[in-house]
Structure formats: C-alpha cells, structure tokens
Design a protein. Sequence first.
Length: 256
Amino acid sequence: MKLAAIALCLPVFAGAQWINFPTAGAPRLADGKVNLDAPAPKLANGTPDLSGVWRQPNGVKYTVNIAADMKPEDVPFRPEAAAIFKQHQDSISKDDPVGYCLPPGVPEMNSVPYPYKIVQYPREIVILYEAFWTYRQIFMDGRALPKDPNPSWWGYSVGHWEGDTLVVESAGFNDKTWIGGGGSIHSEKMHVVERLTRNGDVLTYQATVEDPEVLAKPWVQPARQLKLSTSKADALLEAPPCVEHDAPHIVSLDHH
C-alpha cells in the first residue's frame, strides 16, 4: 500500500520516441552493439564525459525512503527531526510536498525512478529531469557559492573535478522540500555535496547532507549506481502537468 500511495503522487509518462535512431558517441563492438565494458569517454579537456541519459534501477525504493539502505539509528537526525520523520513514515508520507505539485529538492530529485539527462560543457553542466520536466545548472567556471542567497527550490550549485569524480556543492535552498522521499525535512541552512564518478556505463552517485538545525552531524548517504541508457529510445519524454489531487486523500495505511 505504501508503494501504491507514493506512486499516485508521481506523474505518468508517454511511450518512447525515435526508436530507430542509435545513440551517438556510444562505444560499440564489432557487431554494432554498445560496449558496456568500455572505459568512460573523455572530453577534449581531459575530464570524464558524463553526458547521457541515466536511470536508477531502484528508484521506487528510494522514493519511498531515501534512507532505505541505512538503519534508522544511522541517520543522524536531531530528536525533533527524527520525530517528524517517524510521523511522515507512519502516515506513508501523506504530507510529501511532491504530492501537492511542489518540486522535489536536492538530493531527492536524484533518487526518483525516472531518468535524467546530463548535458556537459566545460564551464557548465546541466541536468534535465524527465520527472516534473525541470532542470539544474551546475557552474564549473570557478565561482563560489553565493554568501547570502535568496532561498530557492533547487538552491545554487557549483562544481569541480577531483580526479575523475565530479564534486557538486549546493546551498541556498528554501525549506519547503524534503532531503528525500520518506519525510526527511531540512532547513534553509542545508548544504549538499554530491559526488559522481563514471565507470563504463555505470554512474556512481553519493550525497552528503549537512544541516545544523536538523542533523547532529553530516548525513553521508550510501552510494547508488545508475545505468547509462543504451536504448535507441533514450530521449527524455514530456511530463504531463502535475495535478494536485492524490496526496490530500491519502489518510491512512489502509485507505487513500
């Protein structure tokens, strides 16, 4: 029932397009099939190429609870935040902002079951999300995070390379989103560091969340692996408009 209730809050997408058009730039074997064991390609400036459409095989699992791979006592909530998290879990996340057509936040958006596309330039990386048909900008031009930002849904993101790992720092969030599915709240003081490393057709994603008002110490989330889409139908699909109608009716574990 919990999975069904959460699924009601997520949009439904149309079928695939361009099914006969091969993915450009994908390393291929002699028979034309994509070489899934090929090393990560590099751009002209020597940095790994993270471009492509990436899918998370266990997205529904993390939509229900972004801390699904952790023991409850390992999530470093302060007592007040832990009580709120338990309340949200007990009510199958009835108050999830996403169910009221509010956008997911960071790092929540990277835990949903829908694919996202990374578009990479030397001075900027853009992530296009199929869910909610939205995007993020990550500036790679050496700028620092703003010191007194106007709080926003997605915050402000800057990135740099540590070897072959992309490190993204984000801050300046409002407090209207959740850290992730399941009810983990945050304040406007949240600071997120994401690390993305590509190995062949696998993108390893790991996030660390700091929030002195909600967390007793940094929340180092377990790494998750995403798979590069090798389908000929790897274009992102248009998301229908979000209609606020499901979440207000989720009233218990047995009825919604």
